[in-house]
Design a protein. Structure first.
Length: 314
């Protein structure tokens, strides 16, 4: 867990665990702490407490905790059991699911990591009551991304999600969608790459702002990436521009427009994207309303054009 989940979420879980065999460790909160230094602290704590192969590391928290806890578990003694208990909307529909974990290195997103599946993922929407509006909205970008990939973006409604039953149903649908893709491609060698839609530019933006010590959440960066990458899709595949406009309207009803840096500031991060091959920057895009494609090389000029497009939006 991190300092925030220890304060707000641990109390909801601790009485469900055996007191005599449960030990807790909290890391500092925030993406800037998702690094190898924090991993070293987790490993040291596991070693100090004589953690064994058959013990289980419970990762109680949001996306950062899910990613870094799973990574630490996967390399300690060549792998111990772990489970994810996501406490944020982002983690419930994305980060806690799929067995892909890792940390940032030299301000580059998720460039160090492993594949390691959890024993289970326990999703309890009651944890969402501990989130402020900004952190709740952070997860909406991934739900919207899944809807776009399914060709169902018109079904996405922020107002509906204020109803707990509808929110629970949406979380379940989104988690099931991601799980169905992961089941077909557990190690990101094919179809699973469609889940990176919005993330080529989104991750580069996160990395750039992380190095600038500026505060941005994953979903906020991905929302900008979705718009840029849908714009690229309209150029390469004639993705409907009216659909892009509708999605822009939805995104800006949730997120503030970001002061997106120029291509030159993002270039080194784009060149280090894990999807790249033969020195070409690869994207996951939308060929039509319900046909995602992946492994698409995109030229620098079009990437620049997509960033300029976003910058011009009101």
């Amino acid at each position: 867990m991190d300092a925030n989940t220890k304060k707000h979420c641990w109390g909801l879980l601790k009485n469900e665990l055996p007191k005599e065999n449960t030990k807790i460790f909290a890391i500092k909160a925030g993406e800037k702490n998702k690094n190898l230094n924090t991993v070293e602290k987790i490993l040291g704590w596991l070693l100090k407490n004589n953690a064994e192969k058959n013990d289980i590391l419970l990762n109680l928290g949001g996306g950062v905790v899910s990613d870094i806890g799973a990574f630490a578990a996967s390399i300690f003694k060549r792998g111990i059991n772990y489970a994810n208990i996501p406490t944020s909307l982002l983690a419930m529909v994305d980060a806690a699911i799929g067995g892909k974990n890792g940390v940032d290195f030299n301000y580059t997103k998720n460039v160090v990591g492993t594949f390691s599946n959890p024993e289970f993922v326990f999703i309890c929407p009651l944890f969402l009551n501990t989130l402020n509006k900004r952190n709740f909205n952070n997860g909406l970008a991934e739900i919207l991304k899944h809807k776009i990939l399914e060709g169902k973006s018109s079904e996405f409604s922020v107002k509906k999600l204020s109803n707990f039953n509808l929110l629970y149903s949406e979380i379940k649908n989104s988690a099931h969608f991601k799980s169905s893709i992961v089941f077909r491609d557990k190690e990101d060698k094919g179809i699973r790459n469609i889940l990176n839609f919005g993330h080529t530019i989104g991750h580069a933006l996160e990395s750039f702002l992380l190095q600038q010590n500026k505060n941005i959440l994953h979903g906020e960066a991905i929302s900008a990436g979705i718009i840029c990458e849908l714009y690229i899709s309209t150029i390469l595949y004639n993705y409907p521009k009216n659909e892009l406009k509708k999605i822009e309207k939805t995104i800006f009803s949730i997120f503030k427009k970001i002061d997106l840096p120029k291509y030159g500031s993002l270039k080194k991060y784009l060149l280090n994207d894990k999807k790249n091959k033969a020195g070409k920057i690869k994207f996951s895009l939308m060929k039509s309303l319900n046909e995602p494609v992946f492994d698409v090389p995109v030229k620098e000029e079009l990437i620049k054009e997509s960033i300029a497009y976003y910058q011009r939006l009101n």
